[in-house]
Write a new protein. Structure first.
Length: 87
């Protein structure tokens, strides 16, 4: 089975759950009470997003973002991880 590794942005505001988003897949987001939960949910969200694109006859984008330039934000926590999904 072929796999793809997508870069995932993880963040948390002081009064919220953990959030996860995929820069290469706009609109693909997930949340969780813990970092692990957010990562599990974003993995499922990526798989669902890619499946929907294939069903619509669209070619899923290859990951473009492989690294990031750290920047200061107002968020309490803001970092990146990667998630591997079946393609």
């Amino acid at each position: 089975m072929k796999t793809i590794r997508y870069l995932v942005r993880i963040n948390k505001d002081p009064d919220s759950d953990w959030g996860a988003s995929v820069p290469d897949l706009p609109g693909c987001v997930a949340t969780g009470k813990t970092i692990d939960a957010a990562l599990r949910r974003i993995q499922g969200a990526i798989e669902l997003h890619l499946h929907g694109m294939k069903e619509d006859g669209l070619r899923p984008p290859r990951p473009r973002h492989r690294s990031v330039v750290p920047r200061q934000t107002r968020r309490q926590v803001d970092f990146y991880a990667s998630v591997v999904v079946a393609s």
